[in-house]
Write a new protein. Structure first.
Length: 234
């Protein structure tokens, strides 16, 4: 898979792309990530990417010319033959979830467009963007952190990225249920012991205990997840 990122803050991505599972997936050639500075598609002396909103109001709006030129350079014009999926990270987008990440992971090329300021000129969206995504109902300052969330979430779904594929199938939002408590050594820490069943060596009892704890914590913290699975789960 190939991912192009369009941003006015390319330096934000450098350490991120080197670390952990994602850094490893890139080093292994499972995914190629290219971060591009949107200002490279400006032509004025100040390399300006924003301007005042028509109709007045606070803040600035991203100008359409550099955005559309950059997107078309990376993905070609918006058409039925376009191979890349062009995604604008936007508070107005549809909310990303694990199923959405799964669909993105099937594409051969993604172009992730990071908005800044109050937003993006609507004509650029209409002309060049295929999909708008939000990562949740809270306010950030731009699409860079959301783009990183997409890259990290997609990369670990690529075959071979995660050492043990079991850990992907078992992911909370793949199973629709939260994970339960985890323990490692030492057996007693500040007077708190690891639950007896986990050191019992009884694998069936361990599995049953974990399933119970997971169902319990999901029922208390995220009843919406159980409801989505169908009420027979509770
Ligand atoms: C008019 C009020 N806001 C629109 C909902 C203004 C505004 C808030 C935040 C405009 C831009 C932004 C910057 N945020 C993003 O670009 C963004 C974002 C987010 O803030 N939260 C969750 N997901 C995303 S994806 C992109």
């Amino acid at each position: 898979m190939r991912i192009d990122v369009l941003t006015i803050f390319p330096q934000l991505f450098e350490p991120f792309l080197r670390a952990g599972i994602l850094g490893h997936a890139i080093a292994e050639g499972l995914v190629a990530v290219s971060v591009r500075d949107l200002r490279d598609w400006t032509h004025d002396r100040h390399r300006s990417v924003d301007d005042a909103p028509y109709g007045g109001g606070p803040g600035m709006v991203m100008r359409p010319e550099p955005l559309v030129a950059a997107i078309e350079a990376l993905a070609g014009p918006r058409s039925s033959q376009r191979r890349a999926l062009v995604v604008l990270l936007s508070p107005q987008g549809q909310r990303l979830d694990q199923a959405g990440l799964g669909a993105l992971a099937e594409r051969e090329q993604l172009v992730l467009v990071c908005g800044r300021y109050e937003g993006v000129d609507q004509r650029a969206i209409e002309l060049a963007v295929d999909l708008e995504l939000s990562i949740g109902d809270y306010v950030l300052s731009g699409g860079e952190v959301p783009a990183m969330a997409v890259i990290e979430g997609v990369a670990r779904l690529l075959p071979g990225a995660v050492g043990n594929p079991e850990s992907i199938r078992g992911d909370s939002f793949a199973t629709g249920i939260l994970g339960g408590p985890q323990y490692t050594r030492p057996p007693v820490f500040r007077g708190l012991a690891v639950p007896e069943v986990l050191v019992s060596g009884n694998h069936a009892a361990v599995a049953e205990w974990r399933a119970e704890r997971a169902r319990d914590i999901t029922r208390r913290r995220r009843p919406d997840l159980l409801a989505a699975l169908g009420e027979e789960e509770s």
